[in-house]
Design a protein around this ligand. Sequence first.
Ligand code: PLP
Length: 355
Amino acid sequence: MIIDLRSDTVTRPTPAMLQAMTQAQVGDDVFGEDPTVNALQDFAAELFGMEAALYCSSGTQTNQIAINVHTRPGDEVICANISHIYLYEGGGVAQNSGVSMRLLEGDRGRITAAQILANINADDAHYPHTTLVSLENTMNKGGGACYSLNELKAIREVCTQKGLKLHCDGARLMNAVVAQGIDPKEFGTIFDTISLCLSKGLGAPVGSVLLGSKDFIYRAHRRRKSLGGGMRQAGFIAAAGLYALQHNVERLTEDHRRAQVIGKALKSCEWVKAIMPIDTNIVIAEMQEGIPSSAAMIALAKAGVKCFTFGNDKIRLVTHLDFDDVQLDQLVAILPSITREKLHAAAAERLPGMY
Ligand SMILES: Cc1ncc(COP(=O)(O)O)c(C=O)c1O
């Protein structure tokens, strides 16, 4: 059996989720007439105590729409240098919104209120106009790191004082909710807008919701249309998202527990130099010097375990709904068989489709 830990996006709908999908009441959502899409949007907005929500196709789309609505071409967005919006959205910020980015080095991608304050441009025609701060919580490339509530409040304070909007790329915000025991409404009071993915740890096959004020969502809805993001009987897939929010949040603790076990098992591998602290469901292992991460990816794939490289010196493993304790035991048994010798042999190889 293949153990797939490349991402928490690889899950398939459970029978109960599929049943919710096939039984969904639907209508034309471009006309605002899909009752299931409306129910999902209302449920998500209510969960975070925000005024309104918009169902979109992906987390990239919700982030890109948010950045577009919050900014004007020529503005500057402050974010971490390892943010998804910067690294992994195809340069969409430049293409869709024409903004520049002020990239800050954070602690596992978590930037601080003091850093933000020090990087807001003066009101001088030489500089781009700083209008938006975008935080990622949890921080994917920071090993699923969670922001502390105190730091988020301090960042909110800076944004309010300086008239900046504050967006959250909350692709995995529910993992932070569960790991830190924070009421989602706390996040709703801190951020102007939140992008929440339904297709990651929550296990839906597709979709993200964008949360914000009524006025913001009105403008986001117009932008979604112009990006070709209006969907018709979208209730069939929105039903999966609604089911996920209603049934798959608490169980994220299981993913977090299993991630800890993987971290411990990896730590005792001779080819692993260090494990990043594990806050949620993402495990990042740093390779010993001289062993490329691609070698570990290949050797693990040969042993039936799929993971991703994160640069030349790290691999990432992500736990999720389709990874259970049986697979966990298998993985823990497999890891000691991955020796330095196997990695050196794998270092000479290339898997098709590797990047
Ligand atoms: C932190 C973060 N933000 C945004 C996204 C984008 O989500 P999507 O793949 O739905 O576009 C991802 C996807 O992995 C992510 O990890």
